[in-house]
Write a protein that binds this ligand. Structure first.
Ligand code: SAM
Ligand code: ZN
Length: 474
């Protein structure tokens, strides 16, 4: 300890010190605050039979057991001990000796010895040793970079119906900068699309599901978030060989047009219900090979497989919104983001962005309200996603969206100088318009979360924010 720099950190109900080069990133307070409220809601849902009215900071024998597998300073575990109601025990583990020294000191400085135990182990070894006799109700994986190497042990060591809380910070890999690396880590090809943050979430969920499936288990996502430089998912894990058969139909290949950015999702499996014998039949989809983009005639890139089932549980999001404590440091942000998530269309994976549509056609950008009105006036649904300020998530067919843009362009003609032959723009604008399009103001185009003036798309939290540097104390 001598000569090493001491940093004092105060976050939520925890006051901690770190002595060595142990990892701490203040920007991730949002991640920790959110995990606190998710664990509170999860504990209530998971242990409904408990008769005791739980309080935070007290040990309950019928409470939940949490493993923080990569704990660094212990901050997160200490916050869980002091802020989550209904805890029996928390194990704060790290592979680094210096980190474990910090964890031990911080446990006693915060007087949570009855709730938090320090552990010095490789997270994977610890989980493998616990997967039979001593499983956990919740396992938090918060690595620097990809969590992929921890998933095989985590999906086995979480109890039936238990919760996995997983962070990924290797966004460049997940967002299409290195599809090869993404495939080797996550078993899926990432694409450089405007909807890359949602692709990233869906690749991570696909990866957790595939690990779970190996042990006859499957996931149910409660909440999936993209924030700052990372993604974070909260999924419950259940066991059923029968439901594992449905996984194929929860996964899709993504065809992404290299010209106009339109995307088509093709499920890997289909489920048919036979009315006669009331039985489910699993099958494979049939498809005709190839073909270029029907909008701009350019070829596609093929990515995935991605998770094509819902990202969140609407009931769980409602529960969270009902119980976000106002004193949390990032309360305003949590309230804003959860409200936008509540409004996200659950069955329309991926999204367009406003600039993508106008940029492809080199046309003046319409207002968000106009585009949203046109989609609603056409009888389709539209929403934002919390992942992008100019996102357009819709169940309208891509042909309708390009019709909207063609009509918009006819009223705001493209400059002659910029129209070059055989670009996606010239091909799209050369095609006929089939749908009727009205840009008349539609009151529903303005979402509740915006009317309420919530903090929906927060700016970068700190100057020079980012994933921080990998801890050197290993
Ligand atoms: C990003 S930090 C964790 C931050 C912490 N969860 C928080 O919220 O402040 C990652 C930690 O994982 C530890 N680590 C890396 N590989 C590990 C392994 N195989 N087993 C256990 N810990 C590991 C590192 O020493 C580092 O302290
Ligand atoms: Zn195209």
């Amino acid at each position: 300890m001598e000569g090493s720099e001491v940093k004092e950190i105060s976050e939520g109900m925890a006051r901690i010190k770190t002595y060595g080069n142990v990892f701490y990133n203040p920007v991730q307070q949002f991640n920790r605050d959110l995990s606190v409220i998710v664990l509170n809601a999860f504990a209530k849902e998971y242990k409904p039979e408990s008769q005791t009215p739980w309080e935070a900071g007290t040990k309950y024998d019928d409470g939940i057991i949490i493993l923080e597998a990569l704990s660094a300073t212990g901050l997160r575990s200490i916050r869980y001990a002091k802020e989550v109601k209904g805890v029996k025990e928390i194990v704060a583990n790290d592979i680094s000796v210096k980190a474990v020294d910090d964890i031990k000191r911080n446990i006693s400085a915060n007087a949570v010895e009855d709730l938090v135990t320090a552990s010095h182990d490789d997270a994977t070894m610890l989980m493998y040793m616990c997967r039979k006799e001593r499983r956990f109700d919740a396992i938090d994986l918060d690595p620097y970079g990809s969590p992929s190497i921890f998933l095989d042990s985590a999906v086995q060591t979480v109890k039936e119906g238990g919760l996995l809380l997983v962070t990924s910070t290797d966004m460049a890999v997940l967002a299409g900068n290195s599809p090869e690396t993404c495939h080797s880590k996550y078993g899926a090809i990432s694409l450089r699309t405007k909807a890359c943050h949602e692709m990233a979430l869906r690749i991570l969920l696909q990866c957790i599901e595939s690990h779970a499936n190996r042990y006859g288990r499957y996931i149910v996502p409660l909440l999936s978030l993209s924030a700052d430089f990372y993604i974070r998912v909260f999924v419950r894990v259940f066991t059923s060989a029968k439901i594992c058969k449905q996984t194929l139909s929860k996964l899709s290949t993504v065809y992404h047009c290299t010209g106009c950015g339109s995307f088509v999702l093709e499920p890997l499996g289909v489920i048919k219900f036979n009315e006669k014998n009331q039985q489910i039949k699993y099958g494979l989809p049939t498809r005709s090979l190839g073909g270029s983009c029907q909008h701009c005639d350019h070829p596609h890139h093929v990515g995935g497989p991605i998770w094509n089932a819902p990202l969140h549980s609407p009931q769980f999001v409602e529960k969270l919104l009902a119980e976000v404590p106002q004193h949390l440091g990032t309360f305003k942000r949590i309230e804003g983001v959860l409200n936008v998530i509540k409004e996200e269309l659950p069955d329309s994976p991926l999204y367009y962005t406003l600039e993508q549509l106008s940029g492809t056609l080199h046309v003046e950008t319409p207002s968000m309200i106009m585009i949203r009105s046109a989609i609603l006036n056409g009888g389709y649904k539209v929403s934002y996603t919390h992942m992008n300020k100019t996102s357009i998530k819709t169940n309208a067919p891509a042909k309708f969206i390009w019709d909207v843009m063609r009509i918009w362009q006819s009223k705001h003609p493209i400059s002659k100088k910029r129209s070059v032959k055989s670009t996606p723009a010239t091909t799209i604008l050369g095609k006929s318009t089939d749908f009727e399009v009205s840009f008349e103001y539609n009151a529903e185009a303005n979402p509740e979360s915006k009317k309420l003036g919530l903090l929906r798309f927060p700016q970068n939290p700190l100057p020079n924010w980012g994933p921080g540097t990998r801890a050197t104390a290993m």
